[in-house]
Design a binder for this molecule. Structure first.
Ligand code: 13P
Ligand code: SF4
Length: 337
């Protein structure tokens, strides 16, 4: 299924209008007892109005932990569904229904059932970027930070179906060459564009910069391979999930970083380490789905109580089991996953 790509609307709000909207949103949230959470790829002004900013699973856990009854989820649809799965009973609002995900849209629950029938006895492992319907068909959920822990916990004689991201799956295959792993051919249009040529051009221009690469990137697979055969010096090169990238910015002594993921994450990095420099591996790596969420949409969401995201009870229970199995392995407990 191909998801229509929304047109990114540039923000035309002045600094005063942004500040005014942010005040109104905070007041509305307080009146409604709502908490606002925002993904690392959100627009800067949306991140700044949120009570919490983080990665997809971390935010869903935050949703489950909070006392608030209403959660305004500034992220994409599958993330809001994950919050519903982990926080049943809470009212989860997504400010714009166009906020889908091209990667999650590459596979349906029916596709998983058919794939499983083709490979009887295989264990199905799926990345968090999947719909609730797809999660309900999985044995294990995983994140980019804990995928290898999940794979290692599966008995060595069992084959594995990995979905939906081809680049993350290829990375796993290279790291565990002795395992039987079938990989779904899904990809995210944003990360696909961050290819080895683009990254290498940036590295040549900034030889002292450390490099932060999301494993969904087109370049990640080749980088792991090149590191493995000694063609690339692994010093200063990190393949990491979005939250781990944020931690590395604080931990590493480098003053310059090349960031190979969606550019919205650089806002949080700059706030965390204003004295450091952040360069996008690809300045066009912008997720149009994430950018459908604007301050006016967040305000409307609170005023009009929209859009309420629901997951049927039986689907949520089965999807939850896949997430719980990951957590039970001790592989899903860290916010840096
Ligand atoms: P995280 O799970 O690291 O937040 O990433 C989600 C995502 O959509 C990556 O493109
Ligand atoms: Fe989905 Fe890619 Fe956007 Fe992440 S960046 S939400 S994987 S479309």
């Amino acid at each position: 299924m191909t998801l229509p790509l929304p047109v990114i609307q540039p923000s035309t709000l002045s600094a005063d209008e942004i500040a005014q909207l942010q005040r109104e949103i905070r007041e509305l949230a307080a009146r409604r007892g709502a908490v606002i959470i925002a993904h690392n790829y959100q627009r800067p002004e949306v991140q700044d109005v949120a009570h919490f900013v983080g990665d997809s699973l971390g935010l869903s856990r935050q949703a489950a932990k909070t006392d608030a009854d209403v959660i305004v989820f500034c992220g994409v649809h599958f993330m809001a569904e994950t919050a519903v799965i982990l926080a049943p009973g809470k009212r989860v609002l997504l400010p714009d229904l166009e906020a889908g995900c091209s990667l999650a849209a590459t596979i349906t629950a029916e596709d998983v059932r058919r794939w499983r029938a083709e490979f009887p006895g295989y264990i199905a492992v799926g990345y968090v970027n999947t719909t609730a319907d797809v999660k309900a068909e999985l044995d294990y959920c995983c994140t980019s930070g804990n995928v290898l822990d999940v794979i290692d916990a599966i008995p060595a004689d069992r084959g594995i179906l990995f979905l939906p991201d081809f680049f993350l799956g290829s990375h796993v295959r290279r790291m565990r060459p002795d395992r039987r792993i079938e990989v779904w051919m899904g990809e995210c249009h944003v990360h696909k564009g961050i290819n080895p040529e683009r990254l290498e051009a940036q590295r040549r221009a900034h030889p002292d910069a450390e490099v932060l690469v999301h494993p969904e990137c087109g370049c990640a697979g080749q980088l792991v391979y090149s590191m493995g055969i000694g063609d690339i010096d692994p010093e200063g090169l990190h393949i990491a999930s979005t939250e781990r990238m944020i931690q590395l910015v604080a931990e590493r002594p480098a003053s310059e970083f090349i960031v190979a993921t969606e550019t919205g994450i650089m806002h949080r990095m700059a706030q965390l380490a204003p004295e450091k420099h952040f360069l996008p591996a690809d300045p066009e790596a912008v997720c149009a789905y994430m950018k459908t969420i604007t301050l006016p949409r967040v305000k409307e969401s609170l005023e009009l109580d929209r859009y309420h995201i629901t997951v049927p009870k039986d689907v949520a229970a089965r999807a939850r089991a896949a997430v719980d199995r990951m957590v039970a392995l001790g592989a899903g407990g860290k916010p840096g996953d």
